[in-house]
Design a protein around this ligand. Structure first.
Ligand code: ADP
Ligand code: MG
Length: 387
């Protein structure tokens, strides 16, 4: 049994800053969970709490059947049966590869012959067979990270903790190591808690993703589920690049504040937990509308009201940002090939209404501040919502 459970875990840093707030999380035996959130959201704090480098101010942490932290105890990191890989300082430069990898076994007092056998086995596992005597300085970044992974698994931990372990690597290599890491953890049956700020990495690797913000879990679920049904405007913006627009909702649909955008009721989906009919929820104010890039259709039209401000060609289609009288909308996946500067029409095919969402919350600059970007008074604007 190698599940990890956090129950009502809070952590206040000296000075009062709340690093974690009331976290309930269970990582099942053999499950691969990715912890994702913006910088400062508490990802590292959560991982360090599981590892035992920090002690929760409230709540308890369990690994398997054992309580490793609660009000009365805090088991040391070395005694928690964990393997860990971090982004940096992963490998000691003054030791050769073999010495680096065998370190946990030395600590555990394993004999020299046994250490040597297991080091070569672990190096084989990460594709570095025969690298025992190499100086880490002669290795590439990716090879050094493999050494760190070999060291993390050599003592046969039950649980593997990864904190941005692949984030410093260049792309083709990172993609390959991602895949290898997934295969390796499956093969060893490891329970994995993987912290990353990289959304595509989390979505690609994990059985389940957990979205953190402000030290709180905002949503958890299968990657596909979270992508399709973001629980809040924040999650929609962070995970799916949704544009979030402030406005009001009534029986005639959603009206953006300070902008001509109007979305009729039949195109509105209610956010999970708010009932099936968003328009009848009686939410006259404080509504945030999240529009996923996949639901924004762009058509080139010299007389169109919007203009393309950025156009990136991608493997899965184009990624466009259009400016419609100050409202910046993102559109994706249509193979549009609209150049920057082109005038376009915009159709919103579907949107999710979130009652009481704070549409002014900035998420990496991706949320449009509709209130501040109203169209000029009296300007003629074509209807942009398909009816
Ligand atoms: P993430 O890994 O998601 O970027 P962290 O867990 O490192 O976030 O940090 C979460 C919050 O806790 C941040 O606001 C950070 O400034 C704060 N924090 C982290 N470590 C400490 C510390 N040792 N003392 C005080 N505040 C800290
Ligand atoms: Mg961090």
């Amino acid at each position: 049994m190698s599940s990890v459970s956090l129950t009502s875990v809070s952590l206040a840093y000296p000075g009062g800053h709340l690093g974690l707030a009331d976290i309930d999380l269970r990582v099942g035996d053999g499950e691969f969970v990715a912890l994702i959130g913006p910088s400062g959201s508490g990802k590292t704090t959560l991982l360090r709490t599981v590892a035992g480098f920090v002690r929760p101010t409230a709540g308890s942490v369990r690994i398997g059947d054992a309580v490793v932290a609660d009000a009365s105890r805090c088991v040391e990191p070395e005694r928690r049966g964990l393997g860990m890989v971090f982004q940096q300082h992963a490998v000691w430069p003054h030791w050769n590869v073999g010495r680096n990898v065998e370190y946990p076994l030395r600590l555990a007092g394993v004999t020299r012959a046994e250490r040597s056998r297991r080091v070569s086995e672990a190096l084989e596992l990460v594709g570095l067979g025969g690298f025992e005597r190499r100086n880490p300085a002669t290795l590439s970044g990716g090879q050094r990270q493999r050494v760190a992974i070999a060291r993390a698994v050599i003592a046969r931990p039950r649980v593997l903790l990864l904190d941005e372990a692949l984030s410093a690597l260049d792309e083709p290599l990172r993609d390959r190591l991602r895949l290898e890491l997934r295969l390796l953890t499956r093969e060893l049956g490891l329970t994995v808690l993987h912290v990353t700020h990289d959304r595509s990495e989390a979505l690609a690797l994990a059985d389940r993703i957990v979205v953190l913000d402000g030290g709180r879990i905002q949503q958890q679920g299968a990657p596909d589920d979270v992508l399709r049904h973001p629980a809040s405007a924040f999650v929609a913006a962070f995970i799916a690049d949704a544009t979030v627009i402030g406005g009001a909702l009534d029986s005639s649909g959603f009206r953006a504040s300070g902008h001509d955008l109007h979305v009729p009721p039949d195109l509105l989906a209610a956010a999970a937990g708010t009932g099936s009919d968003a328009a009848s929820a009686g939410l006259a104010r404080g509504t945030g509308l999240a529009v996923l890039p996949e639901h924004v259709r762009i058509t080139e039209d010299p007389g169109g009201p919007a203009v393309v401000v950025s156009s990136l060609f991608g493997r899965d289609g184009d990624d466009l940002v259009v400016d419609w009288h100050g409202l910046r909308l993102r559109s994706r996946g249509r193979a549009l090939r609209c150049p920057a500067g082109a005038r376009v029409r915009v159709e919103i095919e579907r949107a999710i209404a979130y009652p009481e969402a704070d549409a002014d919350t900035e998420v990496d600059g991706r949320i449009a501040k509709a209130e501040e970007t109203g169209a000029a008074a009296g300007e003629l604007v074509r209807p942009i919502v398909r009816s």
